[in-house]
Design a protein around this ligand. Structure first.
Ligand code: F0G
Length: 446
């Protein structure tokens, strides 16, 4: 059920085909290098790209820009307490800033960190402390056709195997990412969270939740976990987060803002240590790298994120997008996750071997054909792993409408009709750090 009408609009246009061809070539067949003005429907990310509500814009004007003791920070503290259930908040400029603050405080050289699946920046921050990030997804996470309801769960079996191998002493932190962005945005059950809490207690580790998409996750729990069918989304979210010792949050997702993030905890000592590190890297603890107005908008956004009407509109829109693609005969990762639809590029362009980057080839054709921008999550972004060749079409919050998704579905259908005429790609330049090459590397058609 649609829950919004528009009060402000932004003009978009589809550049002519010849112009799109030139843009693609000039971008080195890497859509991160395109000007956003040259993109018609931008599904690169759901992070910081959504529309704020009128209530958030109103809060923005009232933002308190005081360096210390800002009223906007009080508003954020009370929103985090009410919505997420934590007393202490350490603000940061965005999610990765919060990761630096928390993991820099909790980890040291030689540690090992199990996570259902590390998001790129989480992996990098864990590694940056000299620790080893280990993914422990459930087996069905990498099966695009399994209809299991909670494919985002953490595999306790795998996490136990890690502890058996390296010893509990080297595992000071266990992380759960909800929803599991790097596993197609699949949800995590509260039951799994509870079991991870018990596991962390058994090995005397801290339990951290990456809460970027906590509200979307709570919606799935209400829909799919029997015990929670009659529980409100706000209560589910508070219960699930309540099992953690600390959370890291990117406000750019379920905070419904364009900038900001934070660490939250009830642990007084951990809070003090995070606060000191945050002063060094982020800013004074009542703004943490955010403008006061952004803090104010985040306080409002967190409360809106757990409203049932908002979430139903959000998740149903993505499911409808998935259905449009399925009806067009496009192979997609099933079931559709919380913030994106993932195309199975390996199946869609089966004539291309992994070395010819089928996912990136599909991404380029989507732009060439319809001015659509998605992102590759396969051999190009993750060299040397055996992940499926996926393309993520992430949906910004409260931004696009059915017509946009119809255009995208038509575009994908037309590209797939080209079949074996879609060329593979090879690297033309190789940046220094292979882990983040997909942001800047240039390619050329084979
Ligand atoms: N954790 C998860 C699960 C994320 O998805 C992201 C960002 C971060 C942490 C870092 O937050 O961007 O505010 O610094 N994900 C974006 C994406 C970039 O496109 O999936 P950030």
């Amino acid at each position: 059920m649609v829950a919004y009408k528009s009060k402000m609009v932004e003009r978009i246009s589809l550049p002519a085909r010849a112009q799109r061809e030139r843009n693609l070539e000039a971008a080195g067949y890497n859509v991160f290098n395109l000007d956003a003005d040259e993109v018609f429907v931008d599904l690169l990310t759901d992070s910081g790209t959504g529309a704020m509500s009128d209530a958030q814009w109103a809060a923005l004007v009232r933002g308190d820009e005081a360096y210390a003791g800002s009223r906007s920070f009080d508003e954020l503290e009370s929103a985090v307490a009410d919505v997420m259930g934590f007393d202490h908040v350490v603000p940061a400029h965005q999610g990765r800033g919060a990761e630096n603050v928390l993991y820099g405080t909790l980890l040291e050289d030689g540690d090992v960190v199990p996570n259902n699946t590390h998001f790129d920046t989480t992996r990098a921050h864990v590694a940056n402390q000299g620790a080893d990030p280990v993914d422990c997804p459930v087996a069905e996470a990498h099966d695009p056709s399994s209809m299991e309801p909670f494919k985002g769960n953490l595999s306790l079996e795998r996490a136990r195997a890690v502890v058996d191998e390296v010893g509990a002493d080297r595992v000071p932190v266990v992380v759960q990412t909800i929803t599991n962005n790097s596993a197609a945005g699949q949800p995590v059950s509260v039951e799994n969270t509870r079991r991870v809490r018990e596991f962390a207690d058994e090995i005397d580790a801290r339990f951290v939740i990456d809460a970027c998409r906590f509200a979307e996750n709570a919606y799935f729990v209400q829909q799919r976990e029997d015990e929670y069918a009659e529980v409100s989304i706000a209560e589910i979210a508070r219960e699930q987060l309540g099992y953690a010792d600390a959370i890291v949050m990117s406000g750019k997702k379920d905070g419904l803002v364009n900038a900001g993030g934070f660490v939250a905890t009830d642990d007084d000592r951990l809070y003090e240590r995070c606060k000191q590190r945050a002063i060094l890297y982020e800013g004074f603890p009542t703004y943490g790298g955010m403008a006061g107005r952004d803090v104010a908008a985040l306080a409002v956004g967190l409360r809106e994120a757990v409203e049932r009407e908002y979430l139903a509109d959000r998740i149903e829109q993505i499911q409808e997008f998935g259905s449009l693609l399925e009806d067009a005969g496009v192979p997609i990762y099933q079931p559709v996750g919380g913030h994106a639809v993932y195309l199975d590029a390996g199946a869609a362009l089966s004539h291309l071997p992994d070395e010819a980057f089928p996912g990136q080839a599909l991404v380029c054709e989507l732009y060439r054909e319809g001015g659509v921008r998605g992102v590759e999550l396969g051999s190009f972004a993750f060299p040397d792993t055996d992940r499926p060749e996926l393309v993520r079409l992430a949906v910004p919050r409260r931004t696009y409408h059915r017509e946009h998704f119809e255009h995208v579905a038509d575009t994908v259908e037309t590209v797939l009709e080209k079949g074996t005429d879609v060329p593979g790609l090879e690297l033309a330049t190789e940046p220094e750090m292979p882990e983040i090459r997909h942001f800047t590397a240039e390619l050329r058609p084979l």
